[in-house]
Design a protein around this ligand. Sequence first.
Ligand code: ADP
Ligand code: MG
Length: 470
Amino acid sequence: SGEWGKVEALLKDFEEKCATPVGKLTQVADAMTVEMHAGLASEGGSKLKMLISYVDNLPTGYEEGLFYALDLGGTNFRVMRVQLGGKEKRIVKHEVKEVSIPQNVMAGSSSEVLFDFIATALAEFVATEGDDFHLPPGTLIKWTKGFSIEDMVGQDVVGELAKAMERAGLDVRVAALVNDTVGTLAGGRYNNPDVIAALILGTGTNAAYVERAHVIPKWHGLLPKSGEMVINMEWGNFRSSHLPVTEYDQNLDVESLNPGEQIYEKMISGMYLGEILRRVLCRMAEEASLFGDYVPSKLKIPFILRPYLHSSILTLFFSMQLVQLKVIYCHTCRTPDMAALHHDESADLKVVGNKLKDILEVPNSTLKMRKIVVELCDIITSRGARLSSAGIVGILKKLGKDTLKDGENQRSVIAVDGSLFERYTKFRNCLEETMKELLGDAVDSIVIELSNDGSGVGAALLAASHSQYT
Ligand code: ADP
Ligand code: MG
């Protein structure tokens, strides 16, 4: 058709604006390093909060006992039971149950409803404890959270949860809350002493790493014995003039519930990748008749419907991070669908054709159309994966681990948790390839490791060795 040239022009323009050549990524990495310094220097010194986690001892492998952990992520709620057997036996048993929180509970009128749901789910899980598990009274529970909570508000959450557990007849003590990134770092370190940082790549994205306590100017407390302190970067809020932000990203941001915030996250994480795709497809359909004479009405549905949580719960719990996560996102193009399109290896792109039919109600897509869709997936996902790599390199630079040093062959391992990294193979491959481009030979000393359920196990491990964190 006569419009095909327009489709290709829009595609080319989008591709150019999303470009992340090595030079640009190096600028992003350097900007990340600079912001890390600024965030550590003073409270509010940077868009990066660089939160001090108060975790100054990571697991050693000697931890013993039975622990439960609650992991409330951006999408899923998981209850976990871990039996730790000490240095020899390690993780004796590890069971996970995934529970989806019903909408009426999330949108319920009081926080009590949500906490009771969580406590009941936990009680049911505890009741399934086999003979080989034994729950002594007063067991510690760790709650991993996929969002950040101010200290005081955090106290309330722990208190509320404790009360709900009592109502559910559970004799457990809530130790405190652990950020999921910090949990992943702890879980990663337990498995591998070379782990220096952890990443979440799921609904949202974040990073935590081990910093030398004496280089944290805003830390005025005593230096911990270990000399180390885990820092929760809250890196999703990173922004820099070097980020390749397109008009589609700008519109997505403006229409999001937290405009101007989490800019880096909005270019990387699972909550947003599919939505970026929808926006580009919509424009191509409207302005260049990508799908022929009509614009699929499904393409016009924006991804936000309404707040996921009732506002009374919002005020109890959360800083902006959570407001942003706990929203019903009505995705026309979900990121898992996008991955399925992207991974279609068939010559006629059959999977893409079927998905276009099922999701967008485009009954007869041509191969040419399908190829454009796949191309867009590639542009969007590569950009996200490459920007994540640049962020990792920023952390390595901060730690002086981005280059090979004479006489040193210490490995540095980054533990990664989250379904985006785990299940979106092209995202993961691209991230790993980009590390090579950015680090050259030094990449041989860097390992990016999947840490499945790392955050939950990590939370249990922290429960084992500590009793108070944020
Ligand atoms: P949470 O973020 O709640 O802790 P996950 O780590 O499981 O949970 O991440 C869930 C997110 O990961 C989903 O919202 C989705 O965006 C993304 N995701 C899940 N499965 C896939 C997949 N197969 N391909 C791409 N992205 C996926
Ligand atoms: Mg998670």
